[in-house]
Design a protein around this ligand. Structure first.
Ligand code: CP
Length: 309
C-alpha cells in the first residue's frame, strides 16, 4: 500500500508498487476522465527552494486534474526561509496546512530531514545532486511505454553523471531489473560517483565507463542525455570548458539503432541539437508529459483515494 507513504529515494517503493503506479498512470493517460475530481478537498504543498518548470508544474497540474488544490512557493525568497527560518520549522508548518508535501531543495539529504519533521507524506522533487525519484518514475514509465519492457536493455547515460541526480536515481532503479547493461559516458571530471558504482558492483550489474559518445551509439537501446549542471559547479571556468563536451546531432543519431529512444529529463541547454527533435526516436517531450500522468497516479495513491496492491 502506498497510502500515506513518503517517497525520498527510488528504492522506497518496491518494483511491484512501481508497476502498479505505471498501470494506473497508463489508465489515466488513456482516459481523460479517470480519477478526475478524486482528490477534491485535498491540499498539496509545493515547496521549491530551487528553480523548476516540469516537476513543479506537472505536480500542480496533476493535483488540479485530480480535483485537489495546491499552495506553496516557487522560490525560497518569497518564504520565511529568507528571514532565516529553518527547514524543519518550514516543514512543520506546511504539514499542518496540507495533506502532502512536494519539496525541491539544493541540499543533499534535505528530503529525508523533511520527512522526519512532517506529519504528512513528503515527496522528494530533487535534493541537490542526490536523488529525484519522481523523475525516475517518469523515466521508467516512458521506457516501458516506448520499448515495451524494462529489462534486457542497454542504457547509455551521457553528460554530467557526477551532479546529475536523475542519473543517480535511474541507475539505482534500473539495477533492480534483469539483463540491464549501463554505459556511463562522461568527461573524466564528471564521472558517476563511487557510491553508485559500488552499489552496481555489489549487485553484479554490468556497466562500463566511456568518454566517446559516437563509439557507444550503435550499442544503445535507451540514450539518456543530461545537461552539465552549472548550478553545482564551484568554478564557472570549469563549467564553460565542459558544458559542450557532448552534443547529440543528426550525424550521431545516424550511428544508432532504428528503434533506440532518446530521453532527457530536461531542461536541455545545448546537449541535444534542435534538429534531433523531429527524429521519431526523440522522446523527451513525450517523457515530460508522462511525468504528469505518473505524478497523478502517485498523488492519488499517496492520498489514499486510489488503493493499489
Ligand atoms: N526534469 C526536471 O526536474 O525538470 P525541472 O527542473 O524543470 O523540474
Amino acid at each position: 500500500m502506498i497510502k500515506n507513504r513518503s517517497l525520498i529515494e527510488p528504492e522506497d517503493f518496491s518494483i511491484t508498487e512501481m508497476e502498479s503506479l505505471f498501470i494506473l498512470a497508463e489508465k489515466i493517460e488513456k482516459d481523460d476522465k479517470y480519477l478526475r475530481e478524486s482528490c477534491r478537498g485535498k491540499l498539496l504543498a509545493t515547496l521549491f527552494f530551487e528553480p523548476s518548470t516540469r516537476t513543479r508544474l506537472s505536480f500542480e497540474a496533476a493535483m488540479l486534474r485530480l480535483g485537489g488544490s495546491f499552495l506553496g512557493f516557487a522560490e525560497p525568497g518569497s518564504s520565511s526561509t529568507a528571514k532565516g527560518e529553518s527547514l524543519a520549522d518550514t516543514i512543520r508548518m506546511a504539514s499542518s496546512y496540507a495533506d502532502a508535501i512536494v519539496m525541491r531543495n539544493p541540499k543533499e539529504g534535505s528530503a529525508l530531514l523533511a520527512k522526519q519533521y512532517s506529519s504528512v507524506p513528503v515527496i522528494n522533487a530533487g535534493d541537490g545532486g542526490h536523488h529525484h525519484p519522481t523523475q525516475t518514475l517518469t523515466d521508467l514509465l516512458t521506457i516501458k511505454q516506448l520499448m515495451g519492457r524494462l529489462d534486457n536493455l542497454t542504457v547509455g547515460f551521457c553528460g554530467d553523471l557526477k551532479f546529475g541526480r536523475t542519473v543517480h536515481s535511474l541507475a539505482k532503479a534500473l539495477a533492480r531489473y534483469k539483463k540491464i547493461k549501463m554505459l556511463f559516458i562522461s568527461p573524466k571530471e564528471l564521472v558517476l560517483p563511487d557510491y553508485i558504482k559500488n552499489l552496481l558492483k555489489k549487485q553484479n550489474i554490468e556497466f562500463e565507463e566511456r568518454e566517446v559518445l559516437e563509439k557507444s551509439m550503435p550499442d544503445i537501446d535507451v540514450l539518456y542525455m543530461t545537461r552539465v549542471q552549472r548550478e553545482r559547479f564551484f568554478n564557472e571556468d570549469d563549467y564553460i570548458r565542459l558544458k559542450d563536451t557532448y552534443v547529440l546531432n543528426p550525424d550521431k543519431m545516424a550511428l544508432s539503432k532504428k528503434d533506440m529512444v532518446v530521453l532527457h529529463p530536461l531542461p536541455r541547454v545545448n546537449e541535444i541539437a534542435v534538429e534531433v527533435d523531429s527524429d521519431p526516436r526523440a522522446a523527451y517531450f513525450k517523457q515530460a508529459k508522462y511525468g504528469m500522468f505518473v505524478r497523478m497516479a502517485l498523488l492519488a495513491s499517496i492520498l489514499g483515494v486510489k488503493e493499489i496492491i
